[in-house]
Design a protein around this ligand. Sequence first.
Ligand SMILES: C[S@@+](CC[C@H](N)C(=O)[O-])C[C@H]1O[C@@H](n2cnc3c(N)ncnc32)[C@H](O)[C@@H]1O
Length: 196
Amino acid sequence: MPFVPEIRLHKADPHSGLNRLAQTDPDFGSPYWAHYWGGGLALARYLLDQPALVAGRSLLDLGTGSGIVAIAACLAGASPVKAADVDPYSVAAARLNAEANLVSIETVLGDLTFATPPHVEVLAIGDLFYDADVAARVLRFAQASAAQGTLVLIGDPRRAHLPLALLEEVAAYSVSELSGATGHNAKPACVYRLRA
Ligand SMILES: C[S@@+](CC[C@H](N)C(=O)[O-])C[C@H]1O[C@@H](n2cnc3c(N)ncnc32)[C@H](O)[C@@H]1O
């Protein structure tokens, strides 16, 4: 994609047949994994531009979707990289996308926000503040991680439930969620560090 040309992703288009898949699976949820999100695009760009932040460090990508952030982290030298999501289709897509980019990630299916955060050096969160309940749980998880010494990086296009008062902006971009490019339809998308 133009904004992050280092990464190739399998994405949905009108011919992908997602509707047919949805009709055959009553548990089919919103296919977040099949689309670009401002938060993931911004965070992926940031990690690729600032590899020293993550190189050689363990990283968890919470709410991985397509896997874009986890893949960027691998390309920047993070290791090991875990990618977690509650959607089994996301986990499958993230694995396929990792393969397409010749990187290795460990996928985790489930909601880690109900558990004690694992000890990782970096927690990456791409675009998870779109819903009040999810945002509250993700924030608690992020704060518990930070209290353990984890660097918490958040990519977000300033969605409604982003806890801005607790964040320090470290990068600002402009990108379209439709095309994964700057220019037409581009909107602000930033990267933040959770304050300790
Ligand atoms: C808007 S998408 C962002 C995907 C990706 N991080 C990106 O920026 O491209 C949100 C993702 O978070 C996942 N998700 C929602 N709640 C979650 C939770 N509690 N734990 C893990 N993943 C979650 C969704 O299934 C979805 O894949």
